[in-house]
Unconditional design. Sequence first.
Length: 279
Amino acid sequence: MNAVETASHASEFNLTSGQFQRIRALVLKLTGIHLTEEKRQLAYGRYAKRLRALNLNNFDDYLCLVEQEDSAELDHFISAITTNFTGFFREPHHFEFLKQHVKELLAKKSQLRIWSAGCSTGEEPYTIAMTLLEAVPNIGRYDCKILATDLDKKVLATAAEGRYPLEKLQNLPLEVKRRGFVKGSGANAGFVKVRSEVANLIHFRQLNLLHDWPMKAAFDVIFCRNVVIYFDKEVQKKLFKKFSQRQVSGAHLVIGHSENLANVSDDYRIVGRTIYQKK
Ligand SMILES: C[S@@+](CC[C@H](N)C(=O)[O-])C[C@H]1O[C@@H](n2cnc3c(N)ncnc32)[C@H](O)[C@@H]1O
């Protein structure tokens, strides 16, 4: 949502304090995202679009709809409020670390499990996969799997498709583009598709980090970057406890540039810039 959009529709619907509190409570319950009072205008703009799409003329009717059990609107309600900004090789030092670390791990064992938790539109897990292939070109000889999950079904569908506008690659070195993507032609002109050898390393699944997790694997590396920044401390504490229960001592956890584990988890020690190791 941009400023112009907010201003132009500011008076279209009335969002009372009571209605905003109901939105906040539902967002927190469903996603763990803590909407501060400052986010009121943002929430207004995002949900006003849903009112228009559904031909509703007030927030009460919209809230009655989403508050129903198993409401078909819930996926849209969640999708509207999540922040999905991401990019290939975002925070590149994490992938320098991963490249080195994977070589060391696979020199000692033949199985590797990596989790991209909160993968958005897929740039993060594809970057992980491209890094693995660069580090260990014969990776097919090992049992390597990347699990990529997100709560938001809409972004996950984009992720699983692995098709991106060319502009998304504009800051990548030519060599990385060549190794990771196939350029589209005809109806796909202006787009790239992730190469199958990269995509084949990844399993995409919808998963709410606040719910129970079906996976039993112990993860060598967990990427959970720029996800918990929107959660309150109590939710963060529970989440990092669950991450640590899915890792053995010595395994790694990578978080976003503006996040840290101080007062959140004692289970990890810091070993690099926003890179942690399970104690
Ligand atoms: C800003 S994106 C981060 C993408 C990527 N990790 C990165 O750093 O580039 C945050 C993602 O977290 C997801 N998310 C938010 N709350 C979640 C939850 N409770 N469970 C799972 N994913 C969640 C959002 O849908 C969104 O796609």
